[in-house]
Design a protein around this ligand. Structure first.
Ligand code: 13P
Length: 260
């Protein structure tokens, strides 16, 4: 059966942008959204246009949630982490309840930077996925292999293990998976589009579902977005560095339009 999957173009601002910078970004970015990206949409129309997601630092959620109310409905807010408890003595964490206050629609879970620097494991990732879903927030689960693992021919094995361990008991109906090879993040060394497509096919086989939106992330730029989005398995992208600049992110979200 042929399912139409939701397309998603997400920017991960990581730990960048103060208030003035976020404002300046929107001033330049919003006027560049055009075509089907500025419609006020009913439920069915919304399904057919890509969601554009800004995954901002926590300190920017209130400002962005207030500003995005007046923006196109397919431009939505994302967060970069979620704890599994609703509240409690968890210094430095944030809960689903708190994200709900700002109408956060997506949350990045299991990014390699959190796995490497902040001890996230498949087990904690699984709990964060559950928390997101129980608060009606769509988690973007990140998986990816290191350069050493790739060179050892272990990429597929690593991905299969990350997926099976972190998705225990998770509802596949409200989930996005992003393939982010660690060697391609912030390096300018993008994964070849056909190779990314091949890996996403593998991920789809592991998930045993044709319906889940799959993203590619790792040095996505205005120059490679068209080729990436032409691949049949790539339903969207998760963009780091290039999402910080309003002009490059605008070109990426407008990938289907002719270049100016
Ligand atoms: P870059 O686009 O800067 O490589 O970052 C990718 C990423 O980590 C998105 O989550």
């Amino acid at each position: 059966m042929n399912y139409t999957r939701k397309q998603i173009i997400a920017g991960n601002w990581k730990m960048y942008k103060n208030q003035a910078e976020a404002k300046a970004f929107l001033l330049k970015f919003l006027p560049q959204l055009h075509g089907d990206r500025v419609l006020w949409l009913d439920e069915q129309q919304r399904d057919r246009v890509p969601d554009i997601v800004l995954c901002a630092p926590f300190t920017k959620l209130q400002f962005l949630s207030e500003t995005l109310v007046l923006s196109p409905q397919n431009l939505v807010l994302g967060a970069q982490n979620i704890h599994w408890a609703d509240e409690g003595p968890f210094t430095g964490e944030i809960s689903g309840q708190m994200l709900n206050e700002y109408n956060v629609r997506y949350v990045i879970v299991g990014h390699s930077e959190r796995r490497l620097n902040f001890c996230d494991t498949d087990e904690t990732v699984c709990k964060r996925l559950q928390a997101a879903q129980s608060h009606n927030i769509t988690p973007i689960l990140c998986v990816g292999e290191t350069k050493l693992q790739r060179e050892a021919g272990l990429a597929e094995e690593v991905l299969t293990s990350q997926l099976t361990n972190s998705l225990k008991g998770i509802d596949l109906g409200n989930l996005v998976v992003a393939y982010e090879p660690i060697w391609a993040i912030g390096t300018g060394d993008t994964c070849d589009a056909r190779e990314a497509n091949r890996i996403l096919k593998h991920i789809r086989t592991v998930l045993q579902s044709d319906r889940i939106t799959l993203l590619y992330g790792g040095s996505v730029k205005p120059d490679n977005i068209d080729e990436l989005m032409e691949q049949p398995e790539i339903d969207g992208v998760l963009v780091g560095g290039a999402s910080l600049d309003p002009d490059s992110f605008a070109r990426i979200v407008n990938f289907h339009l002719p270049r100016p």
